[in-house]
Design a binder for this molecule. Sequence first.
Ligand SMILES: Nc1ncnc2c1ncn2[C@@H]1O[C@H](COP(=O)(O)OP(=O)(O)OP(=O)(O)O)[C@@H](O)[C@H]1O
Length: 632
Amino acid sequence: MLEQGTISIHTENIFPIIKKALYSERDIFLRELISNGVDAISKLKMVSYAGEVTDIPEPEISVTVDKEKHTISITDNGIGMTADEVRKYINQVAFSSAEEFISKYTNSGSGDQQIIGHFGLGFYSAFMVASRVEIDTLSYRKDAEAVHWSCDGTTTFTLDESDRKTVGTTIVLTLQEDAEEFLEVGETKRIIRNYCDFIPVSIKLNDEVVNKQTALWDRSPSSVTKDEYLEFYRYLYPFQDDPLFWIHLNTDYPFIIKGILYFPKIKGDIDPNKGQIKLYCNHVFVSDNCEEVIPRFLLPLRGTIDSSDIPLNVSRSFLQGDRKVRKIQDYIAKKVGDYLCQLYTDSREEFLKCWKDISLFMKFGSMNSDKFYQQVKEILVYPTTYEAETDNAEIGHYTTLQAYLERNKEKHENQVFYSSDAIAQATYIELHKGQGLEVLTFDTFIDSHFIHFLEGEFRDVKFSRVDADIDDRLINQDSKTELVDPATNQTKSDRIQELFRRALNKPKLVIRTEALKAEDSASSPPAMILLPETARRMQEMAALLQQTTNTAFPEDHILLVNTSHPLIQNLLNLDQNKIVTAAGQPSESSGLADLICNHVYDLALMVQKSFDATSMKAFLERSNTLLTQLTK
Ligand SMILES: Nc1ncnc2c1ncn2[C@@H]1O[C@H](COP(=O)(O)OP(=O)(O)OP(=O)(O)O)[C@@H](O)[C@H]1O
């Protein structure tokens, strides 16, 4: 035996701490040991460039799982180590880096969630899964002698001669009983693929090459074909729809960052908090939840980011405050903004085709980052009822807010009409359209916040939903004063109001009567519900605070009865013809008028999708009574 000794570390109980700290991510030991092998191979290449050695072998890492011996070994044909180097790099450096890691870890606060990457722990992560770790190594140096190092997880080690003949290193781990899952070839293959797929060195597992080795992001963008980009996406995200488009990042200054960001087709149910972009450091996978590096609003994007410039062995809170990381974030966001602006300029149709999928994150991004908003504010578009001659009807009609305001300056300066649900608010939209008023659509789940945001940006502009109020242009003012009873000076409007008030018997409900303009009065609605913008927003806010989507329909609504609709006219006649019985009881026809008033109100509410189970039941009962009366 060459030597027996004690490793000089200050933290006697370093192994239990490492084990406890990283228990949930034990599989990173393989990543660390393979990375060390890759480093050793690069070092050998460097000394060969310097002319110190000739004839270096084809680089290779081989992982061997031996179920019988309970071992997993990692062999590289890299630079190897001399006995002195083992003393220095393993006994001193590796232990001290493990110690340093632990001190950073314990200072970083709460639990292992705080750490990403865990780079820096290196060689000693082997002790998370092994009861004994052995190193068998031969240095490339002339006349070097092979050595064998062994440590059983305590602070003592042995250093011996070895009969190894090939330059390189083999690390043999005798696995602990609770780490036997790593003896399953399938599991080990999964781990290698997960972490080391794009490492540009062939990695064999029990003689089969298991990693892809080539990283598409390393190639120059001009040399990559569309099919190659798509193929790579399908490789990373199998069984998913193809992406809409992608951005190839490739910069060396002021930091190194490479990668490909794909824009997936975004379904309505995306979780903007869950990242899908895979972060790599020199081709080694680190995390796919790298919120600190990717601007939050870009988290729905997919793809890869590879940067050796991101500090990976520090806490998340540190990363959040790190200037370089912030610059990297800004860079990524800017690249995305540049790409979208370019697409808008080069091919508006392509841009609009993708709008449904990208609008969510563009709005989210604008609200989250002023820099991003400033970059993209001119290309934020909204579906509109205005049909420009140049529009491609198949794609739909879109406008920017600036163009909307400019176009409608004469008719309604600084006033934006919008709908949040094209189906539920179809009547209202038609009414506006009929009078030449342009309506925008804001119907994604973040739009109520986004409108709020736009109101902050366009201080003079007022947004009102099509059902918030009725614009004067939609009302025929002349019919307001039409008298029906010269004796009492009662107008038609007064009568209708009275009729509805009595029939509905809802003291809080505001009933408004207006003669809506329409080419054909039967095509406009007999009644509609108006939800004043402020009251509705308060309600939405309350729902947000209570984190519920299930809120009662706002009580503060207005029933607008359209006096020019033939139904309302008939209703009035029906009511006027009522015969009051001798006992002073309302006659059947007045009962019928009441039922119809309720039915008209119900239909208006129904358009607003405001029915809960009780009101739906009441509506059905009333409808049936009404139909029975009508068919008597
Ligand atoms: N397979 C190997 N071949 C040659 N030298 C090695 C090998 N594995 C480890 N070493 C030496 O041991 C040192 C310590 O390794 P360790 O993995 O603990 O830290 P590191 O690789 O320097 O950095 P990191 O903490 O980022 O992994 C390495 O710097 C290297 O000099």
